[in-house]
Ligand binder design. Structure first.
Ligand SMILES: [Zn+2]
Length: 1032
């Protein structure tokens, strides 16, 4: 999946606001110990556990049976031996605890032992920070909807039931949106049982039957539903036995709703006719398949799915697999579309859609049919995504050396979509703004974003779909790899975009900003319930994951990486795998190099954070020291937080690379696996740089003379004759500014390093890094005019050279840099740039003069910021009426820039009206108003007033909650505001925003530290360098 806060948006936010981008939640830092019973309730204690069950296991033939029936038989015997009084007591007990007596009568439910803590995918491992599982022990008994105790207490399903195929049929009504359906699930059991547990959520289950393969009925005698665990317990009168197939058939119904997960209703208005049209679509990852049909909704329980979808004649139905038939269903004109069985796959990858969209098709050179499925009006905007997909799919087949296993791949633009895109196998769904690209109207960033998202989802066809993580704790295997491989895919179709160079600013530096907080989490996160699972779809899984793969790529070499990946995918295809399985594949591939990939990578994957290496030159030696890097000031109240303990004691096995003035092109690799190490080094070297091309996930701090030497190196070279690569220049800026903000690098050294930008930098990447950090400083210094003058001074020469021309013949990175610098010029108050932008806006508003695509963002924002109601209304009108998603998004983001507080309030209120702003975009309105210094207090009030509505709108597990928390709190600078934030979020449900809240608190504390201890030093430096007598 691509998560909704796309790179484009992140960059925007970072640049405009200086937010350090911790916009996403991670797993809970405060882990609770796991004491919950993995299985059926034992009478002695609902949570007392597996050992008890194991202790009571019988050695007879019944020992493997999960028997409700057995309990009854033996209980009769017990009762026969007892007095009437005892019988009465037992009867009372039975009435009160219907399933409790298994242990009591000795008919142990051995699965609770053998499939509890010991079984493979049932392990309740302590989490990697050594603080135990986050599986929360429920304080109250687990009840079913009838009020009875729910017999299965584990949030994971029993491991002894193995589904292998689903026959689905659905009949949604396109007028009432009422869906009726049925599913026959073929399954086997590995041990005898008289019950199964299956997932279901908000479905009205109307009938359940169970038959064996020889058509014998297995009567269902009990069904209990537990909404808390989203499970259905089905008890049988008879045993299911191993080595036999059974068919579990359930019929169900549900009112479909306009939401963003499960099987849901979406709509769009054709702007040519004004008619609203409806479609039905799905989004299941991670745990919403269960709300569309009852299923065994865990990624390891792969099965084949076939589908029959009944729909109206004017609509088409789409599914993961090819349609094999389209036949009349009844006299009323309904049609039934029949789809062939899929390859074995996880439930979260199932998708089906009923819509009236247009279809554009293209074949890859291997003959795979790729189709873009989009609303008629937006048809022509899908060409770029379609062509990119066809090329990248062929490239990946070659790269992985594994054929794409399906005969078709559909790409669908979904008008209402919570994420960025979703890799449903054979039927990928996209948010329209990252799928549709208009050659004349969309900017370079949109084009790049479409290519990246397409490449990301296609990478999942192998990483995620063919080989899937065994459980969600290894989500990073899916997302980290897709986020790395996407760059190779885009690089294949657009080598001139230099994706691997851009990687450091789009991914590595961003991940470091996140992961340097004390409230970060290890990349492998122990998760159990749906909210925790949702929460790990965060920047650590995606961006740190991808950064670690890049580090691995750098020390293994791309050929070994490719061989290892290919071996891994071959070995585990159609199955699931864990992180350790992947490392073994790489170790095999790189054996000749003697690199122990597991040992190295375990230190990066199983502990949070990353190191800072301090380098000192002593005679003919370089002394290296490593310790954990924290970008925040430790909370003195929380210094011994147990979640902060690392199994590796915050030491990493680090690939240290070095270049020097004597060999600037030849990187030396040294492995650093102790706290301190010295390496021989020629004392004559003038300069050296560690972490070449920022390929390692760590920071480097030098002594002052070395920082000065590197500053000289940058200042003494013209922009086109740099000795250090663009990535290295960007890396120095990123490390230095990150150190300066917490007072571990001198302000004078850091600010002086940035002086070279004025005449010495014309590359996009270092500028992106510099402006990102200036954005943070601008927030901390509350739009300090000296800082604004300083930044404008740095960018002025390039604005003069490149001006306001967006030439399509220019390289994409130059077009991006020009747009970036113009935005900075306007943000930091360059009068001339503001005038030009306003002229463009007025001419567009009054005469309809077209604005070049890459200039629109700055022009719209400036027009709104320096205009009033008329300018704002013009944008609003265009927003409501354009059919170009990229344009719609730009307009949405620009309207938050107004300085008219009445308009801001009105805008915020509109974000809660789904006919004006789609719920998927509500958070962007909040974001853009929060970026506006005039809107910050207003948005904070708005969020507090409407928090309960957000929880209702998005759900407790939504991405949106953490984005809202981050966006509205990052800029607070005072103890008063800190207290306000704490008081508010401690008093409400924060759901998956819990991590964002803790990060927010950590960031505000650090902001306060900056104000108290560092700001005056920067102000002094700026006074010296922006005064009349100072030459920039
Ligand atoms: Zn993904």
């Amino acid at each position: 999946m691509t998560i909704p806060m796309t790179e484009l948006e992140i960059d925007d936010v970072a640049f405009l606001t200086g937010a350090d981008g911790n916009g996403h939640d991670g797993s809970d830092g405060k882990h609770q110990s796991s004491t919950s019973c993995a299985g059926l309730i034992c009478p002695n204690s609902s949570a007392k556990s597996r050992h008890h069950h194991r202790h009571h296991r019988h050695s007879d033939g019944q020992s493997g049976a999960h028997s409700v029936l057995n309990w009854r038989k033996s209980n009769v015997l017990t009762m026969g031996l007892c007095s009437l009084l005892v019988i009465t007591i037992i009867a009372l007990i039975i009435a009160f605890f219907p399933f409790h007596n298994q242990c009591f009568t000795g008919h142990t439910l051995s699965h609770t032992g053998s499939y509890g803590p010991d079984a493979d995918h049932r392990q309740h491992k302590p989490d990697s920070s050594g603080t135990g599982s986050r599986h929360q022990l429920s304080q109250s008994p687990l009840l079913s909807t009838t009020g009875e105790l729910f017999p299965w207490t584990d949030i994971r399903l029993p491991a002894f039931v193995v589904p292998f195929s689903y026959e689905l049929s659905m009949k949604p009504n396109m007028t009432t949106f009422y869906n009726t359906g049925s599913v026959s699930i073929w399954l086997t059991v590995t041990e005898r049982t008289d019950f199964v547990v299956i997932h279901t959520k908000k479905l009205n289950i109307t009938d359940i039957t169970m038959t064996s393969a020889d058509d014998m009925d297995v009567p269902v005698i009990r069904r209990l539903e537990c909404t808390q665990h989203e499970q259905l317990f089905i008890g049988f009168d008879g045993l299911l036995v191993p080595n036999r197939n059974y068919s579990l058939r359930l019929t169900f119904e549900r009112q479909l709703e306009e939401q963003l997960e499960g099987f849901y209703v979406s709509s769009y208005v054709d702007t040519r006719t004004g008619v609203r049209k409806y479609l039905l679509t799905t989004h299941f990852e991670p745990t919403s398949a269960r709300s569309a049909f009852p299923c065994f909704d865990e990624p390891a329980l792969k099965a084949s799915f076939s589908m029959k979808l009944v729909h109206e004649r004017d609509f088409e139905a789409f599914f993961n697999s090819e349609r094999v038939d389209r036949v009349p269903y009844n006299k009323e004109g309904l049609i039934m579309s029949v789809f062939e069985p899929t390859v074995p796959m996880s439930t979260y990858l199932v998708a089906f859609i009923v819509c009236d969209f247009n279809i554009h098709a293209k074949q890859t050179r291997e003959g795979i049919n790729i189709r873009a499925i989009v609303p008629d009006e937006q048809d022509s905007q899908s060409n770029y995504a379609l062509n990119s997909a066809a090329s990248i799919l062929s490239y990946y087949q070659e790269f992985f050396n594994i054929t794409y296993p399906l005969s078709k791949l559909d790409l669908v633009a979904v008008p209402d979509f919570g994420g960025g895109a979703m890799e449903n196998w054979g039927l990928i769904t996209f948010r329209t703004s990252v799928f549709l690209y208009n050659d004349n109207e969309s900017n370079s960033e949109t084009q790049e974003q479409v290519a990246i998202v397409v490449a990301h989802e296609l990478a999942h066809m192998w990483f995620g779909n063919l080989v899937t993580m065994n459980w969600w704790d290894d989500l990073w295997l899916n997302e980290g790899f897709a986020s790395y491989i996407e760059n190779l895919g885009v690089n294949y179709i657009h080598p001139e975009w230099k994706m691997m160079e851009q990687f450091v600013v789009t991914t590595t530096q961003y991940a470091m900003a996140m992961d340097s907080l004390q409230t970060s989490h290890p990349i492998r996160a122990d998760v159990k319930n749906p909210t925790e699972i949702e929460a790990i779809f965060d920047m650590i899984s995606y961006k740190k994951g991808a950064s670690l793969i890049r580090m691995l790529d750098n020390f293994l070499g791309i050929d070994n990486l490719r061989i290892g990946l290919s071996a891994f995918l071959h070995k585990y295809q159609y199955k699931t795998a864990k992180t350790s399985d992947l490392w073994h594949s790489f170790s095999d591939a790189s054996r000749i190099h003697g690199i122990n990939v597991s040992a190295i990578m375990d230190t990066w994957v199983n502990q949070k954070g990353f190191p800072v290496i301090t380098v000192r030159r002593i005679g003919n030696q370089l002394m290296l020291n490593q310790r954990r890097f924290l970008s925040s000031i430790p909370d003195s109240d929380n210094i011994d937080d147990p979640s902060d303990i690392s199994p590796f004691g915050y030491k990493w096995i680090i690939p240290v690379t070095i270049i020097t003035d004597r060999s600037p092109r030849e990187s030396r690799l040294v492995w650093f696996n102790t706290s301190e190490m010295s390496i021989p080094f020629d004392a004559q070297h003038q300069w050296f740089k560690v972490n070449v091309n920022q390929s390692g996930f760590y920071r480097v701090n030098y002594e002052s003379d070395q920082w000065l030497a590197l500053t000289d190196l940058l200042n003494n070279h013209n922009y086109n004759r740099h000795v250090l690569s663009a990535i290295d220049r960007s890396n120095l800026l990123d490390d230095a500014f990150s150190f300066m903000r917490i007072g571990i690098l001198d302000v004078n050294l850091t600010m002086s390093l940035s002086l070279y930008l004025r005449n010495g930098e014309r590359d996009y990447i270092p500028w992106e890094t510099a402006l990102y950090h200036f954005g943070i400083m601008d927030m901390l210094m509350e739009q300090n005019p000296s800082l604004h003058r300083y930044i404008c001074g740095l960018i002025e020469p390039l604005i003069t050279i490149w001006g306001w021309k967006d030439q399509t013949t220019d390289p994409m990175l130059l077009r991006k840099l020009r747009a970036l610098l113009l935005r900075a010029a306007v943000t930091y108050g360059d009068k001339q740039s503001i005038q030009v932008a306003n002229r463009y806006f007025q001419s567009w508003m009054i005469n309809g003069t077209k604005i070049p695509a890459n200039l629109r963002e700055v022009v719209y924002t400036t027009g709104v910021q320096y205009g009033d109601q008329r300018e704002w209304m013009h944008c609003w009108h265009r927003y409501m009426n354009t059919s170009i998603p990229s344009e719609k998004k730009l307009l949405l983001l620009s309207m938050g820039a107004t300085r008219n507080s009445w308009l801001l309030a009105r805008y915020l209120n509109s974000s809660l009206d789904k006919n004006r702003v789609r719920p998927q975009d509500t958070v962007h309105v909040i974001q853009t108003v929060a970026r506006n210094p005039m809107g910050r207090d207003m948005v904070w009030r708005f969020v507090r007033e409407n928090w309960h509505q957000f929880i209702r709108m998005f759900g407790e597990g939504s991405f949106s909650l953490d984005m809202i928390i981050t966006e509205t709190t990052w800029h607070f600078l005072t103890r008063f505001e800190l207290k306000q934030v704490q008081q508010f979020f401690e008093s409400v449900t924060v759901g998956s925003g819990a991590q964002a809240y803790r990060q927010g608190i950590e960031k505000i504390r650090t902001n306060i530290y900056w104000k108290d201890h560092l700001e005056h030093l920067v102000i002094n430096w700026l006074a010296k360098h922006t005064g009349d007598d100072v030459v920039l």
